[in-house]
Write a protein that binds this ligand. Structure first.
Ligand code: GAR
Length: 203
């Protein structure tokens, strides 16, 4: 029986698509469902074009009803991946999926984490703070934004001339390279030892 993944995403979905493609031929992992709080999110188009089932939901349903949890259980989902998902994850689902909800954050947590810290907001803050490096963090999700145990980080250099857009591109490259492999290692080998990579990382 393959490990069954659900991906939650709010927007573009480049990470979701990369993860779906990575596991298309896998014998051990399959992406079963993509869920979004935004019916217009590009991630839904990307998932449909790869023949993955999609579901959308309102913020109210997400927090006030058990419909999403029931759907996840009905689909026998084993792992939940947050890939650019911007809502706080509800506790009833976290309790059911203890240490099975994984998020990617486009900064080196604990720096640049918390409510309101997502996407370009982070890269702008990195430039304003004159950081010499930034990176990605893959971590377990708990009840607080961006505070769950860190599974993996990879770094990249920030040059004095870098704009937020250039940093976004560097982060995108790191995410595309590492996220599916870290998920795979976590699921298959149960490896969850924190690791730092100098722009390459070590899965
Ligand atoms: C990614 O960079 C992800 O790390 C970030 O949103 C982007 C989504 O891109 N997530 C957060 O900022 C969460 N706090 P994508 O939709 O193209 O995958």
């Amino acid at each position: 029986m393959k490990n069954r993944l659900a991906i939650f995403a709010s927007g573009n979905g480049s990470n979701a698509e990369n993860i779906i493609r990575y596991f298309l031929e896998s014998d051990t992992v399959e992406v079963v469902l993509v869920l979004s709080n935004s019916p217009k999110a590009k991630v839904l188009e990307r998932a449909r074009s790869l023949n993955i089932s999609v579901a959308t939901f309102s913020k109210e349903d997400f927090y006030m009803s058990e419909a999403i949890l029931k759907r996840l259980l009905k689909e026998k989902i084993d792992w939940i991946i947050l890939a650019g998902f911007l809502l706080k994850f509800p506790e009833p689902i976290l309790q059911h999926y203890k240490n099975k909800v994984i998020n990617i954050h486009p900064a080196l947590l604990p720096k640049f984490g918390g409510k309101g810290m997502y996407g370009m907001h982070i890269h702008k803050a990195v430039v304003e703070n004159k950081e010499s490096e930034t990176g990605i963090t893959i971590h377990y999700v708990n009840e607080n934004y961006d505070e769950g145990k860190i599974i993996f980080q990879a770094k990249t250099e920030v040059l004095g001339t870098d704009t937020p857009e250039i940093i976004a591109e560097k982060i995108h490259i790191l995410e595309q390279h590492h996220f599916p492999k870290v998920i795979e290692n976590l699921i298959i080998n149960n490896k969850n030892i924190p690791s730092f990579g100098g722009g390459q990382g070590e899965e």
